[in-house]
Design a protein around this ligand. Structure first.
Ligand code: F6P
Length: 553
């Protein structure tokens, strides 16, 4: 499976049949599809543990699913799944295996296997347990023998978004101490806003960086060190205020972090898939290692489901194929992620990296430009707030935007009135997006309100809408660690399946390199007195405008 393939996804007969089928099914409205088949929900929903996926509100019928299955078979999906779990080097542009699933492998064999990968994983997870327990029990002492009360994770991208999102999502399970903070932005406001009110003697920094070479992270780490030094002086115990999590321990040692404070992960863990590794330490500190292991368990059970369930019963596969259906056959260019859960507010941002950094690719595995669309723009917001912001465009805009609604059936506080209002909105939105409102319905409603026929006629075009907007609903018992683990793994695998169908490598990210390289050059130019002249006219002018502003100050 590691060999490159020159098959363009759109050359298959299934793809061409789907193009024809899309034209046909577009002549029907989902209202008609529901009316024609009372079994529609029964047929088009899946259950995995506590998670129900209702995908019946999609523009599909049995034929659509059959053709989509054929597309997956044509791409050799089953073989790719095995190659992925077996640790083949499917990240061919970096020559790496993709083994984040090994990090959450809870099988009895993995807990005892003497395979070096499992040994390393067990060792680092044991260190996470030890460190998180020391911090939670307030046994980790900083300078002046004071216990740590605040932990600041410094990292960006995968070294921030995953742990940050999970700590927030599982807030009802988090301990009061130590408090967790996340600093990612190189804009100094982020670190200084975070440090305001914290005491150096009781603050621990975790420098999380796979490469330990990311400029913004290292700059923030240096600022943190300066802040500690200012207050604590060159204290012997200053080193106790830093932990590093990295796949490049040499660089962390060079930075001044002692070996015993460095946790490791490895090149076979992609940054955006790393919350299952030591990068998850802030999670373990926040919720305890036992609960962190429940997160792993949930993901592991989703892995088993993904690896073994037939295509049609396979939740990540079904969600992936539906995404392809709209992206490649209905010209959908974006996909909305709409969690109805305040604590899940960072889930859309987390998935933006997971999905867009993975599938924002335009070259296939054989090095050829693809001639079809790949990854969509992922965006989203907590449901209710989104409703009052951008849902208008979902309902009546000119673009088709498939959406995933996520909601738990209970929350820990169990205030029924709040929760029912929340859930009612989920069900109402997906129904409204599917049904729309016909001109007749809009007319009748206005008539009931006592409006004149003249007023009604003028308003009907604005107050009726097409509907037929596809949604998935993920309804689960509660947002506990295990379910959250399963949801994250569900989306990870959905992304992988789409990458397989598009014949792209979902595990590299060369596209972000160029900007990083240029920024490093421009930083030097900003320090230099001479005007910039190496760039295009726009970039030169912007650099020089900035320099002039500072020269005049
Ligand atoms: O944004 C690009 C990227 O390389 C991500 O893939 C990664 O998660 C992030 O930068 C941070 O990288 P590191 O963990 O090496 O600091």
């Amino acid at each position: 499976m590691t060999q490159t393939s020159s098959t363009q996804a759109d050359q298959s007969t299934a793809w061409q049949a789907l193009e024809q089928h899309a034209k046909l099914i577009s002549t029907q409205h989902m209202r008609q599809l529901f009316a024609a088949d009372p079994e529609r929900f029964d047929k088009y929903h899946l259950q995995h543990n506590d998670i129900l996926l209702d995908y019946s509100k999609n523009i599909i019928d049995d034929n659509t699913l059959q053709l989509l299955d054929q597309l997956a078979e044509h791409a050799g999906l089953a073989g790719w799944i095995e190659a992925f779990f077996n640790g083949e080097k499917i990240n061919h542009t970096e020559g790496r295996a993709v083994l984040h699933t090994a990090l959450r492998d809870r099988s009895p064999e993995s807990q005892t296997a003497d395979n070096p990968i499992y040994q390393q994983i067990r060792a680092e997870h044991a260190r996470m347990r030890h460190i998180s327990e020391q911090l939670r029990k307030q046994h980790w002492l900083g300078a002046n023998q004071q216990a740590i009360t605040d932990v600041v994770n410094i990292g960006i991208g995968g070294s921030d978004l995953g742990p940050n999102m999970v700590v927030e999502a599982l807030r009802p399970y988090t301990a009061d101490t130590p408090r967790l903070h996340f600093v990612s932005n190189v804009d100094e406001n982020h670190i200084y806003d975070t440090l305001r009110g914290l005491s150096p003697a009781t603050t621990l920094f975790i420098v999380s960086s796979k490469t330990f070479g990311t400029l913004e992270t290292l700059l923030n780490a240096k600022t943190a060190r300066k802040w500690l030094l200012q207050e604590l002086g060159d204290n012997d115990q200053l080193q106790q205020h830093f932990l590093a999590i990295t796949a490049n321990p040499e660089a962390a040692i060079k930075f001044g972090i002692p070996t015993e404070n460095i946790l490791q992960f490895w090149d076979w863990v992609g940054g955006r898939y790393s919350l299952w590794s030591a990068i998850g330490l802030p999670i373990a500190i926040a919720i305890g290692m036992d609960r962190y292991e429940q997160l792993l368990q949930g993901a592991y059970e989703m892995d088993l489901h993904f690896r073994h369930a037939p295509l049609r019963d396979n939740m990540p596969v079904v969600m992936a194929l539906l995404g392809i259906w709209y992206g490649n056959f209905f010209a959908a260019r974006s996909h909305a992620i709409l969690p109805y859960d305040e604590h899940m507010k960072s889930f859309p941002a987390y998935l933006q990296q997971a999905d867009m950094e993975s599938n924002g690719k335009s070259v296939d595995r054989a090095g050829h430009k693809v001639n079809y669309h790949t990854g969509p723009v992922i965006f989203g917001e907590v449901g209710i707030r989104g409703q009052h912001a951008f849902y208008q465009l979902l309902h009546q805009g000119t673009q088709l935007i498939p959406a995933d609604f996520l909601v738990a059936m209970e929350n820990k506080k169990a205030n029924t009135r709040h929760h029912q209002a929340l859930v009612a909105n989920v069900f109402a939105q997906t129904e409204a997006l599917m049904r729309g409102r016909t001109a007749q319905e809009a007319h009748d409603e206005m008539q009931k309100q006592g409006m004149s026929e003249q007023q009604i006629a003028a308003l009907v075009p604005y107050r009726s809408f097409d509907g037929n907007k596809p949604t998935n609903t993920l309804l689960y018992k509660t947002t506990d660690p295990k379910t959250l683990g399963a949801l994250i793994a569900l989306y990870e695998h959905k992304i992988f399946v789409q990458g397989v169908i598009w014949n792209i490598n979902s595990f590299d990210q060369w596209g972000v390199e160029l900007g990083k390289q240029l920024a490093n050059c421009i930083i030097d130019e900003l320090k230099d007195d001479r005007p910039a002249s190496q760039h295009d006219a726009s970039t030169n002018a912007l650099i020089n405008h900035y320099k002039q502003h500072h020269a005049e100050k």
